[in-house]
Design a protein. Sequence first.
Length: 276
Amino acid sequence: MVRPQADEGWKNRTLQIDRAHSAFVVRHSAFIIPKFRVTQKQPHPLLDLALTVILPSIALEKLSAPDRLGPLWALIVALLLPLGFGIWCFIQKRGLNFFSVLGLIAVIITGVLGLWNLNATWFAAKEAMFPIFLGIAFPLSHRWGKPLINEMLLNPQVINQPALHQALDTPEKHHSFAQLLKKASWGMAGTMVLSSIANFALALYLLGDKVPGSEEYTKAIGRLNWAGFLVIGIPLMGVTLGLLLWLLRAITRLTGLERDDLMNQGTTVRKQVNNS
């Protein structure tokens, strides 16, 4: 009996989400379950990406062949990476690592699809599911008091948070800032919906006429990974960059802060000259 090949394609989800956002760091958030607490001291984002996305993806892709670990053990190895990292974050920082949660869900779904050899429609639905979840989470996170757009685009590793909060010195400015975040959240939600549609269409186009578990199916999944990055991931990266620049311009107009002061702890040349 031929052992089913584990699905290699779950890192396509990272190509649409994590690569598109890697320049500005998708950080920990509580948007799946509201009671999740975001860690205060966060690991380096590249470490997040490697342990919860890249390495599990490689494990599924490289270790699931019958002459290696096989699909079941490859799935177990892939699960151990985000699970172990999430446990470490919880013990060290007393908070849940969002990447670990999402990585676990993605690996489980992808591994099960591969083990069951489900057809291309199910695989395409999986590819579309995660952008949809993220798209819904952006506006909903405002109801939970922790806007995901704030965690992603206005991350403390990028934005001078003390200067920003100090500049929001009136209730009117706080209200206007909240409205800016809501507009940006809906912009990201729309972007994720478009990504979901593109993911579904591309997966059906490349996998629709292939037999699940066959060599052609596996090769098509490999093509889907790269095609997804080129056709979907790069445009999404551009959209996210444009959204960040729009948000920064709007914040500078609202607060009067220079962009450099907003982004690098207030060490612009102009400020140094004024302080001298």
